[in-house]
Design a protein around this ligand. Structure first.
Ligand code: UGA
Length: 432
């Protein structure tokens, strides 16, 4: 099948590359010509393990092409995926749909034969209806169908999530489109993915409700972790004990810093905003947002406690600053709150991240990047393990630290307290 992905951000690029690997002809389109030129040279602008190899392979065998000519790409393709950004509106909480609607207008003037137009971008309920209205201004409704097909890819795990999804959600009432899309996804369905056919609006809401629910699960266990710290309980026992109940499930019950990234913070706010529009109170999700926004304060208080409130001139190391491992993404990472706050209090901060220097800290006083774990830890009073990169999972602190032994605050519960204590280090973690 001939597919066009509009937008070569995270969703569009990963999906486009993976669809081409399944044997489809894919054109990835972006109005950013510089980006397209880099992609043509095999330079992938995002950090995603395995993506570059897969893109180069399919580009070489000509199943994957890159272009900035949207009109021509639309004309050549049968299925058009809208994969542009839907950021939070400036001065608001709802999703900014400008890019989605602009693309819809462009599509409307290039329809030459029947097209399936799919929103993969995360869009609020009824966006599909709006897109349909825009396109039908210039086209007969028989010449196109607007479908919702949300993505459930995690950064850092995106290729595996694309290849082995739990479910494929297709929101449309159009039987013809449904049949074509079931066929498109048949290689994944035959490997065990559930194909769920729903109304378009339901598909749109499934995406938001899923992200909001996962955010709730994390926030729930983070709050339980606070209680565990006061009662001498190991939160990991709680996660295992709860997770063994199949109705609950064990995943996304890892306590840690505030959840971040480009999705949970944005999507929880957007679903609340949609509900407000329909005069519905999503009180649980509102509490989740509030609790998560306060999470970094709670962890900072713990840091102050560990340092006995003497933060000024203390040397603090951050191992990992991205919002999670296997990504270079800094969006809504809790380090963006904690590092500036500690700097304000007079701490001298060094950080190391496997994805390198971060411009986000450029203007923050007394914050510097180190190119290795060893250099970063040297002379430190407190080492904070902020992100769960594999690189940090078997650090031999005893061998690495020659002089003064820093305190270790493991915000991802990577290490065991007994083992670290046995090496002569003071050790703190989350909920245990
Ligand atoms: C999330 C969803 O997991 C994907 O299904 C969805 O497609 C994607 O958003 C999206 O809407 O595009 P992502 O933001 O890449 O994916 O990352 P997650 O792995 O979900 O992690 C989000 C945050 O939750 C991170 O800060 C992570 O550290 C935190 N987290 C996750 C925990 O604190 N505990 C956990 O047990 C799991």
């Amino acid at each position: 099948m001939k597919l066009c992905m509009i937008g070569t951000g995270y969703v569009g690029l990963v999906s486009g590359v993976c669809f081409s690997d399944l044997g489809n002809d894919v054109i990835c389109v972006d109005k950013n010509i510089e980006k397209i030129n880099l992609l043509k040279k095999g330079i992938i602008p995002i950090y995603e393990p395995g993506l570059s190899e897969l893109a180069v392979k399919n580009y070489k065998n000509k199943r994957l092409t890159f272009s900035s000519d949207l009109k021509s790409a639309i004309k050549k393709c049968d299925i058009i995926f809208i994969c542009v950004g839907t950021p939070t509106k400036k001065n608001g909480a709802s999703a900014d749909l400008t890019q989605v609607f602009n693309v819809a207008k462009e599509i409307s003037s290039s329809i030459n034969k029947f097209k399936i137009i799919i929103t993969k971008s995360t869009v609020p309920v009824t966006t599909g209806d709006e897109i349909e209205k825009i396109i039908s201004k210039k086209n007969n409704k028989k010449k196109f169908s607007v479908v919702s097909n949300p993505e459930f890819l995690r950064e850092g795990e995106a290729i595996r999530d694309f290849t082995f999804p739990d479910r494929i959600v297709i929101g449309t009432d159009d039987k013809r489109s449904n049949k074509i899309l079931r066929n498109l996804y048949s290689p994944l369905i035959s490997k065990g993915a559930q194909y769920l056919s729903t109304s378009r609006r339901a598909a749109e809401l499934i995406k938001y409700a899923s992200n909001a629910f996962l955010a709730t699960k994390i926030t729930f266990i983070n709050e339980v972790a606070n209680l565990c710290e006061k009662t001498g309980i190991n939160v990991e026992d709680i996660s295992i004990g709860m997770g063994l109940d199949k109705r609950i499930g064990s995943r996304f019950l890892r306590a840690g810093p505030a959840y971040g990234g480009s999705c949970f913070p944005k999507d929880t706010k957007a679903i609340i905003s949609t509900a407000d529009k329909y005069k519905t109170n999503l009180s649980v999700i509102k509490s989740v947002v509030k609790s998560n926004e306060n999470r970094s304060n709670i962890l900072l208080k713990r840091v102050f406690g560990i340092l006995k409130k003497k933060v000024k001139n203390k040397k603090i190391t951050f191992l990992g600053v991205t919002f999670k491992a296997n990504t270079d993404d800094m969006r809504d990472s809790s380090s963006l709150i904690m590092i500036p706050e500690l700097s304000k209090k007079g701490a001298i901060i060094k950080y190391f991240d496997p994805t390198g220097y971060k411009k986000e800290f450029k203007k923050i006083k007394n914050v510097s990047y180190e190119s290795s774990i060893k250099k970063c830890i040297e002379g430190s009073d407190l080492v904070i393990i902020h992100t769960e990169w594999n690189d940090f999972k078997s650090v031999n602190f005893k061998n690495l630290v020659k002089g003064k032994k820093p305190i270790i605050y493991d915000m991802r519960n990577i290490y065991s307290k007994t083992k670290i204590n046995a090496q002569g280090f003071k050790y703190f973690s989350i909920g245990r």
